[in-house]
Every structure is written in C-alpha cells, then in structure tokens.
Design a protein. Structure first.
Lengths: 561, 670
C-alpha cells in the first residue's frame, strides 16, 4: 500500500498542479497579446535591465531572427564552456588540482550540458574543477532548459496564431519567472530533507574500523532542484540520485519525480490555455499519462518478476530483482523513477539502468525512442505536437477535408519539414548504433557480450538523440569515438528539431485560420487522444522494433522462457 | 458517358501498359514503387548468383512476388487512366476537322478548315453544319444540338447578346443560321481542354497529394534506414540476414498499398467528376471542393424553379371557397403559361369541382398592356385574372366597387414574398390567387446535409428582403443576401475568404465572371457565356446549378479515399512485423517464436505470406480506389470514428487473417 501510494501521490499532485501551473506559464509567456503578466511589477524592470546591459532588444522576431538568436547564444555558450573545460587545469578555482579535460571529452561534455542532455562521460565528481562545475555545469543547467522552454513557448504562440515573440525575453523570463524561483523553493526543501548545502571542503570522518575517510559534500540541495526541474539529470555525484546525499529517502525521491514532471506535464495545459480551448491540452495530457501508466506497469511488474539467473544461483529466489538498486527504495520506486526519468528525458537515475530486467530496460528505451511521453522541458512538447500533426495529417483526410491543425491547413510546406524531422530520430539512433556495433572503435567499449551489448549501444544513442542523458552505464564510453559520435548526435538531436518546429510555426502562422464547424476534425476529443497514441506507436515505435527485438526482447526471452 | 469499370477493352491495354511502366525512368516518379523495383532487381541478382544455391528457389519466389507487386500497382494506375482515355476518344470523334465559312470584314465568304481559324475570325454557320470552334453569336437565332458534349439531346436556343450567346465547337446548328465570332485559337478550345482533362495528360499532382507523398516518402526512407542498419546491429550477435529477406521486410513495411494506388485514386476522383457530367479544369479544383466552408447560391434556378406557382386560392369574405376555385379554373383553362398550368394543377390536386365548366368561351391571352388574361364566356360574362390593380380597374369599369379587404389580402401576400393575382367576373371580385416562387423538392434536406458537413449556405437573390427571407426560410439556407447585385457577390465572397474560408459558387452570366474567378470553386453552367466559363474552374455540362452540392461530395470522397487507404496501408505494418521479425530471428533465438503469434509454418513461408499479402491487397483495393470510399453526411467526429473503425482497425486485423490464410495455403501446397 505504501509502495502504491509512493507512486500514486506524485501523479495525483501533478494532475492537480498541472492546470494552475500551466495557466501560469501561459500567462507569463503570452506577452505578445499585450496582456500584463504575473510578476511584471517586480521582475519586468530587472528583466529590462538585463536586456539593456546585454545590448539586446525585446522586439518581436520572425522565425529566422528567433532561430539566429537562439543558435548564436547557445553556440557561444558551448564555445565558452568548451574552453573552460580545456583550460580548467590552469584556470582559478581549482583547489583540488583537477587536470584539463581531453579535447573529445570536453567537446562531448560542453554539448551535453548545452543540449539539456547531461550525458556524463567524465568520471564523476572528480573530473571537474569548481569553476567548471559552476560555469560549465550549473549555468548551463539553467540556460539549456530556458532555451528549450523559450522556443517551445514561441512555437505554441505560433501555432495558436500569435506572434512568435522575442527569444531574449522568453529566455530571461524562463529563468526569472520559472526556473529560478522554483529551484530556490525546492532547494530549501531538499536541504530540509537532509541534503548537504555547503561550499566547504569534504568532510573527514573516522570510520567504525578506525580508518579515515573523506566524504564529498557540496551545494547539493540547490544543484539538485535545477537538475530535476530543468530535466537536466547530470548528477552532483557520479552515481546521481542513488547517492544518499543526492536522494536521502522516499520523500526526496517523490519530490524529485514531481520536479521532473512539473514543467513538461504542465506545458500541454499552457498550450490548451493559449489555444483558447483547454481541452486541447487535456486530451494530449491524458494520452501521455495513459502511455506513462502502461509503461510504468510493465517496468514495475518486470522488476518484481525477479531474475531467473539469480534464482539459479540460489540467491533471492522468488524475490524482486534488487541488482543495481538502492535498498532504501522499493523496486517499484526504482522502476517508477527509471520510467519517469526516461519519459521526461531528465536522465537522473536512482538505480543502475544497466541492471534493470530486460522488459523494464525496454520501456526506458521506448520512452527515449518515442520522446513523446512528455519529453524534456519544451523540446518534448514540440515533439508531441509534431506527432499530433502527423496523426491529424494521416487520418484527418478520412473526414474528407484537407487536414487542419488548430484551424490551419497542414500542407506540403509543413509536411516536408515534419517529414525530415521524423526521419532524424531513427537516423541518429539506428545509424550510429549500426556504426558502433559494426566497428571495433565502437564495440570495444561494450562490457556485456550478446543481446545486452546491443541494448547498451542503442541505449546510449537513444539517450543522446532524445537529450535524455542517462546511461546504461555498462558502456565504457569515454573514448574519442563515443565522445565525438554522441556529441554529434546530441547536437543534431537538439537543434535541428528546434529549428524545424520554429519553421513549422512560422509556416502555419502565415495562413489564415479557418473557423471551426461541424466539418472540422476535432483534436479536443478522446478519440484524438487514442489516435495520437496509435500514431506514436505505429510511426514512432515500429521503426525501432527490429532493434528492440534483437536487444532487450531477445534478452528477455532467452532469460525467462 | 460510360460507367462500367472493368471492361475487357480497358483491361487488356491496361495490362500491356503495366509492363511498359516498369521502365525505371518512369518508375522513379513514384519513389515508393521505385524502391520495390530496385529490390526486385537486387533479388533477381541473388536468384542467379546467390552464394548458397539452396536459397535460390526462395529468392526467386521473392523476386517474382516483388515483380507482381509492381505490376499490380502499375495496373491500378493504367486502368484508371484507361477509363479517362476511353472518354477522351469519344470526345475526339467530335473534334473532327470541319469546313467553315469565314466572313471577312467586307462580308465575303471563304471556305477554310477549322484548324485555320484564329481568335477573332467571324464565321457563318448554316443549318445542319457543325460549329467549327468556340465562339460568341454576333448575329442570328438558331437551335443548336449540344448532345456531343453534354449528352443532352434536346436542342438549345442560341442568340446574340445576353446569356445565350456562347457556342461550343463540335456542336451542330439544327435550325436557321448563326454568325459567330471565334474566341479561341486552335488547340485551346473547350473541347481540347476537356479532352486533355479526361485523358489525364495535363494531370498534375494536387497540393494534398504532394503533401501526402512527402510523408509517404519519409516513411519509406525511415524503413529503408531500419533495414539497412539491421544487419550491422544483428551482426554483433552473429545473426546474419540475407539481402533478399531484408528486401522482403523493407517492401512489406514501406507503404506500397497507398503508394501503388495513390495516383489511381487521383485519376479516378477526377473521373467521377467527369462521369457526373462536370468538367473540372484541375484536380486542385476538385480537392478544393472537398474543403469548401461556404457555398454561395443563386436563388433562381438553383434553389427555386424560378417560375411562380400557385400555392393558395383565397376567396373574399363574401364568397365561398368553391367560387374562387371554380372561377380560377375557368380563367386558366386555356392558359398555357407556367403560372396558368400551376393554378390548374393546384385546383385538381385539392378539390374536385362538381360544377360543369362553361365549354364555350374565347380565351383572352395575357398582354403586357392589360396585365390580365381570362375568358369571354358565350353568355357575355367576362372572367379575368391578373395583376391586382389591373383587375381592380376592370371591375370598376364594369361598375363594381372594390372591397377594402382585397388590398389587405394582396399586401399580405406580397409581404410573404408572393405575387397576388386577383380574379374577377365582370364587376365582381371573387378572390386572390397566391403565386409564389417554389423551392425545388429536396433542397431543404440537401441544405441540412451541408450543415452537418459544416458548410454554410448563403442565398443570393435580387428579390426584396421580405421575399428573400421567406424563400430562405423555406429552403433552410443559413444566410441570404437580398437585392443582390453582381458586385455584392464578390464582396460577399471576399468577406468569407478573409475569414479563412473556402467559397464555392455557381454562375452563368458574364456579370458573374469576376465572382466566379474570386471563388475557390466556381461551377459554371455550360449554357453560360464564355467569359463565365473562363472565370470558373468547373463546367457543368447539364447546366444544373444545384450540382455544386454533389461536386463537394465527390471532392470529399477523393480526400477520404486517400486518407482511408493511407491509414489502412500503415496499419497493415503491425501484422507484417509479427510475421517477418520472428521469422528472421527464430534460427538464432528460437525462443523468439513467442512473437510468432500467427503460428506461421516456417520462416520462409512466413516471409512469403507477408509479401504475397502485400502484393494482392493492391488489386483487391483497386475497386475501392476507383469507386471511392462511401461518403455519408455525418459530423466530422462520427465520420472519423466510422472510418477509423473500418480502415484503421480493419487495417490492423485484416493482414493477420490474410497472412495466416496464405501461409496455410503455402503449407498445403508444399
């Protein structure tokens, strides 16, 4: 019962928060309609000051200007952070004398944090200086989700018939009115739950055996809030949220789950509000929760079915699989966290996904391959809308009209952009997986032979392409091959869809809105939610079926049957 | 025009054409089928040069099925084209080279061939001659037989000026003679246009078709990617997959069903319009018809019959009902005007008159000066019916007095949009006949249907607002514009379009031309002027303006058929995966047999069954592609639910059954 509650409570709380929070998001980003937003009184002067100091402007941009602003700022940030990583050995704020980072690893890490992926190929807490931690990591943990949230809001404004807006305004508001305030509140909550929050050095203790041990601490509480809220997922400690200081108990675990969902599960409601029909948002929201619930059920039952290989050895007979899990979390909490972190493309882990039973591993993979069960802040929701558009396009013809989405016709120009974007995800995942598996450079890093090795590789590229950042962790991935290829995958997987969706929004924005009639295909009815799920599964998942069959499914049947 | 679908005369050339279309240069225009053809060539290569000879029969089987798949797709396109060609051939017979008599400015006649005629030439056409080209009548009145184009055998009257001045090349003058100014150069005539449209020679992909094609190509590329990467991924665990098997998987997954039928659907959609005796100038126009949000309709001729018919006979209060019936009949007995006949029809339908009619009398016809008609009876009594004022004067002249109630009744009728006719016998006014413009039967139901489809109807009429409101209410249109001038129509269309709506209208007159050009779908009556025909994008050969409603249905059907078959095609993939994937991996991982939920016999038979199903579903769906998905005027939600159930759920289930059956058959044979 307690186990069940620990899963149900966060979901119920999120369902209750989604609407007010979604409407809050709609309010603060709906500035193009000329309305005043919540918080203008205190924050607007400050935001204006920031923009003025930076020499930027707040004028409405067209999609190309918007895209240029976002690409310029993001690329610049990648360059700066790359240099810091490369030079951290000689730069200040390096009391522990951490060496400068190798080129391919710096390339990978800089992109990883700018793309909201947080794939960490460097070795845990010892690979970065304080300067790198603060500028490279913490700064990007705000900048990356703020970028995606900004683009997503511009996209929503575009498809709901408003102007695209201004990137700098969106970016700054994302930080001042969303990420920062919530991070402060939850940071304090995490500290109250017992996480360390200090800038002091490591704590030296004497163990029971009389040895001396150094225990790493740091500003974990504040770090954790933005790590979860921004769907970043990069751990303060190498083992991420399975470390007792990064996730002390059931309550902190639950809060982390809520934070991962908070923005991304509220965005559909913000979209519904901005489109003028809240039901539009609820339908997508419901469809995604339904997919999430089914995936969770598979994962949880997968973990409770135990591991036959262990049973043959005479250990843990009849018990749930506890390999790679923390004893303070139930297998249900671990599996649920795994599904949440992959659904929201966060990448934080409270257990080692490499040791998940094959079906749970399959579910986590599916989440990243689909990238439509909420997905990461902003980027996920744009992908969701893209699939909704595909669903409308493929089936909308069946009512005898050119398919329309929110009153705008979906025609060749939009479908061309969407078609290319649709091709991208399988290209990055399957293309690079094939490359890695077929070459020694790639497959030398695999630590488990056989079907599981395939899962490791596919997981790594899925995680990179979906900007998730979690690893199967079995992979020995700090090699130039893996650093460079995943770096490329993360970069393309991030920015090309952002650009494409801005272009789609622009293309739709130019069209006249056709008034709704009884002949309009409705996207605010339950049947559309079903269509969205079917379309996601058929168009999205069938692509990866062969790879999944020879990976986790083959592993499952050989282990259990 | 011919409606049969699978005549031998069509099938034989279509089969021949299917082989000609195998030419890769032609095939590349259909990327999906081009992928299949490439797969076929590679598999054929493996059939002869496979490193393992024992696999050759299997490879051959795959190659043959792939070839058949392509042929089926080609056949679908050929048969659709063939029907158009057959129609075009019939039209071409009309387009015989004829001799024409050209008049120069001095009036001198020269005999030339029709192909020598240029725009602006003036020709003289005698009774019994074919009109040599499209043109405007500048002199003369004649009846013309247009059956070659319209299929309508009754001749039509053509005269200079007004809306009956346009003639079409290839039609025949059957009485009198006409002087015609030619309006088109050779090769640009209406007939030429019509031939190229039905032949499909000018067929360009429509916007929606292009968009759909883009998505289908994207899906094809995705599956190509899946199949190309697969051996590299599976190679890691030592599972080798032969190239023909990969090709079989690829062909099963890419949307060959819709890819093979897509152009046939487009051609057949145009063809359905043609069979309906409407010539669409482009496929785009037909597609736009399906998207129409607003329909602007003329009242007269489209919604109403246009002539006034008796609807009620009202006696004055001092008269009996039988009196007005009796005298109205007497006055109208020999009246041949539509109004007169409608009075007789009304009386005969409602009341059997007991009294014998006076047989002897002299009929007085309607004249513009008198504005009355009637009968002078043998006993000297004069019976008249006509405009209320005229009849009043008539009664006064005979020494009668006019009761006040007459005026009241007349005004009441006028307010309802009708026309009052007073009936008098000498000095006595008997009562009033209520004439009104009658809505065509079935219009109300049609408008209700349109409303369910989400289409707004606006009626335009030159009538006063009172009359307009009455007719609008009776017909059940959503809105009306009274006292409507041609320029009001353009404004109306522009206003609707500015709200993002697509507008359809019908018209025939030259003054309709700007509005027809402005509308997204302009259906022009064949009887209309050539200016109007040029402005619109569809011509109705039967000149029946209410056909616009069916044209919309055909447009919707076209889009629906495309959507239904796309959904069906993509939904098929689930079953095909469940047939092929276990077959591929079963040798390496025997436990994967759990995925073989259809319990197919052997890996080879599983692959072949899926491939055979994939091939034969194309010809099985040809009739549906040609006929189009049945359209029902339901709300979009109901329509979607219905079609999703049939083509979505059906698309998931059908291949499971089909593949299983084929597999059983293969097992049985071997």
């Amino acid at each position: 019962m307690v186990t069940f509650l620990s899963l149900a409570v966060p979901v119920i709380l999120l369902l209750l928060i989604a609407k007010p929070f979604g409407h809050y998001l709609a309010n603060i980003f709906d500035y193009e309609s000329g309305k005043r937003s919540i918080g203008d009184k205190w924050l607007l002067p400050f935001e204006k000051l920031v923009i003025n100091i930076s020499g930027l402007h707040t004028k409405t941009q067209n999609w190309k200007q918007y895209l240029f602003a976002l690409m310029a700022t993001n690329t610049l940030m990648i360059a700066i952070v790359y240099l810091i990583f490369r030079l951290q050995g000689v730069l200040p704020l390096n009391p522990e004398g951490v060496a400068s980072m190798e080129a391919s690893l710096a390339f990978n890490t800089a992109i990883s944090f700018m793309t909201n992926t947080n794939l960490q190929h460097y070795s845990g807490e010892s690979g970065l200086s304080y300067l790198s931690q603060m500028i490279g990591i913490l700064f990007m943990m705000f900048a990356a989700p703020a970028t995606a949230l900004a683009v997503c809001m511009a996209f929503i404004r575009g498809i709901t018939g408003k102007k695209l807006g201004n990137f700098f305004v969106d970016f700054i508001r994302s930080i001042t009115r969303v990420l920062l305030p919530i991070s402060i509140v939850f940071g304090l909550a995490f500290v109250a739950l017992g996480m360390p929050q200090t800038l002091g050095g490591p704590v030296t203790v004497e163990t029971l055996e009389g040895d001396v041990q150094e225990i790493a601490v740091g500003p974990v509480g504040s770090f954790l809030a933005i790590k979860q809220l921004g769907n970043n997922g990069g751990g303060y400690f190498g083992v991420n949220s399975s470390h007792p200081f990064e996730n002390p108990d059931g309550i902190s675990n639950m809060l982390q789950i809520i934070l991962m969902f908070l923005i991304t599960a509220s965005l559909p409601l913000a979209y519904g509000k901005m489109s003028g029909n809240v039901k539009q948002g609820w339908i997508l929201c419901a469809a995604m929760w339904l997919m999430f619930a089914s995936f969770s059920a598979v994962a949880v039952s997968g973990e409770y079915s135990g591991n036959p290989a262990m049973e043959q050895l005479g250990i843990g007979a009849g018990q749930a699989s506890m390999e790679g899990k923390e004893a303070r979390f139930t297998p249900a909490e671990s599996a649920f966290y795994a599904v949440t972190t992959t659904a929201t493309e966060t990448g934080a882990v409270n257990n080692m996904h490499d040791t998940l039973t094959p079906l749970s591993g399959l579910v986590t993979l599916a989440n990243m391959m689909l990238n439509t069960v909420f997905g990461g802040v902003g980027a996920g929701f744009m992908n969701v809308i893209m699939y909704a558009m595909i669903a409308v396009f493929l089936t909308g013809l069946m009512i005898g009209r050119t398919p329309e989405f929110l009153g705008k016709k979906l025609e060749s120009s939009e479908m061309k952009i969407i078609s290319v974007t649709l091709l991208l995800h399988p290209l990055l995942i399957l293309g690079f997986s094939a490359l890695a598996l077929a070459t020694d450079m790639g497959n030398a890093s695999i630590t488990n032979e056989g079907f599981h090795g395939i899962s490791q590789v596919i997981y790594e590229y899925s995680s990179a392409a979906a900007n998730n950042g979690s690893g199967f962790e079995g992979l020995d991935d700090d090699t130039p091959f893996w650093n460079v290829t995943t770096g490329i995958v993360m970069y393309i997987g991030r920015f090309l869809p952002l650009a494409a969706m801005l272009a789609v929004a622009h293309s739709l924005l130019r069209k006249k809105r056709i008034p709704e009639s009884s002949g309009t295909m409705r996207t605010d009815e339950p049947i559309f939610g079903g269509l969205f799920i079917m379309c996601t599964l058929i168009v999205g998942a069938l692509t990866f079926l062969p790879a999944l069959v020879i990976g986790p499914v083959a592993e499952w049947v050989t282990l259990y049957l | 025009m011919n409606r049969s679908m699978m005549k031998k005369s069509l099938v034989v050339p279509a089969i021949k054409d299917s082989f000609l279309k195998l030419n890769p240069l032609k095939m590349v225009k259909n990327p999906i089928m081009f992928v299949v053809e490439t797969g076929f060539i590679i598999t054929l290569f493996y059939t002869f040069f496979s490193p393992d000879p024992s696999l050759r029969p299997f490879h051959l089987a795959v190659a043959v099925i792939l070839l058949v798949t392509i042929l089926f797709a080609n056949f679908a396109e050929s048969i659709a084209e063939g029907r158009g060609k057959a129609q075009a051939d019939e039209l071409k017979k009309t387009k015989k080279e004829v001799k024409a008599t050209r008049l120069d400015s001095a009036g001198k006649k020269t005999v030339v061939y029709s192909h020598e005629l240029r725009k602006g030439d003036v020709v003289f056409v005698e009774q019994g001659e074919l009109i040599p080209g499209d043109g405007e009548v500048i002199e003369g009145i004649a009846s013309v037989d247009e059956s070659a184009i319209t299929g309508e055998s009754a001749p039509v009257l053509k005269e200079s000026g007004g809306d009956f001045g346009s003639v079409t090349g290839g039609t025949k003058v059957i009485s009198d003679h006409l002087i015609i100014k030619i309006t088109n150069n050779p090769g640009e005539s209406f007939l030429d246009h019509m031939i190229s449209m039905v032949e499909g020679a000018k067929r360009q992909k429509t916007p929606n078709e292009i968009a759909l094609n883009t998505v289908l190509i994207s899906l094809t590329l995705i599956f190509l990617l899946v199949v190309v990467t697969m051996p590299f991924i599976t190679g890691y665990v030592g599972v080798d997959i032969s190239v023909p098997v990969l090709i079989a998987l690829l062909v099963c997954l890419i949307p060959t069903t819709i890819g093979g039928l897509l152009s046939a659907i487009g051609i057949a959609g145009m063809d359905r319009v043609t069979q309906f005796n409407v010539i669409a100038m482009s496929g785009k126009a037909v597609e736009a018809a399906g998207d129409i949000n607003t329909m602007v309709l003329d009242k007269t001729g489209t919604i109403t019959f246009g002539n006034r018919m008796a609807s009620e006979l009202i006696p004055l209060s001092n008269r009996k009902k039988a009196d007005i019936y009796y005298w109205s009949k007497v006055a109208s007995k020999d009246d041949d005007t539509p109004e007169g006949r409608s009075i007789i029809t009304l009386i005969d339908n409602e009341e059997a008159l007991e009294q014998q009619l006076y047989e002897n009398g002299e009929f007085i016809a309607f004249k513009a000066e008198t504005r009355m008609s009637g009968v002078d009876l043998a006993d000297g009594r004069k019976v008249r019916k006509g405009a209320v004022d005229a009849v009043k004067d008539f009664a006064k002249q005979h020494g009668g007095t006019i009761p006040d109630e007459l005026e009241q009744i007349a005004v009441g009728i006028a307010e309802q949009g009708g026309t009052p006719l007073a009936v008098a016998v000498d000095q006595n006014i008997i009562g009033v006949i209520h004439l009104k413009d009658t809505v065509k039967p079935g219009m109300k139901e049609k408008f209700a249907e349109l409303r369910r489809m989400g289409i707004k109807t606006i009626m335009c009429t030159g009538d006063n607002p009172v009359t307009a409101r009455t007719i609008a209410g009776e017909a059940g249109v959503d809105e009306f514009v009274a006292e409507c001038k041609p320029e009001d129509k353009i404004k109306l269309i522009q206003k609707e379009q500015s709200e993002g709506k697509l507008v359809a209208m019908t018209g025939d007159g030259t003054n309709d031309a700007p509005a027809l050009a402005q509308a997204d779908v302009g259906l022009v009556m064949n009887s209309g002027t050539s200016a109007a025909k040029e402005a619109g994008n569809m011509v109705d050969l039967d000149s029946d303006p209410s056909k616009i409603i069916q044209v919309v249905t055909i447009g919707k059907q076209l889009l629906m058929t495309r959507g239904a078959l796309t959904t069906f095609s993509i939904a098929n993939d689930i079953a095909k995966y469940f047939a092929i994937i276990p077959a591929i991996f079963m040798l390496a991982v025997p436990q994967l047999d759990v995925l073989n939920i259809m319990k197919l016999g052997t890996p080879d038979s599983a692959i072949l069954s899926a491939l055979i199903f994939n091939a034969i579903i194309i010809p099985l769906l040809i009739p549906l592609a040609m006929k189009g998905v049945a359209y029902k005027a339901l709300s979009s939600s109901k329509l979607l639910r219905r079609n999703l159930l049939i083509y979505g759920a059906g698309g998931v289930i059908t291949p499971f059954i089909g593949i299983k059956l084929i597999d059983m058959l293969l097992q049985f044979i071997s």
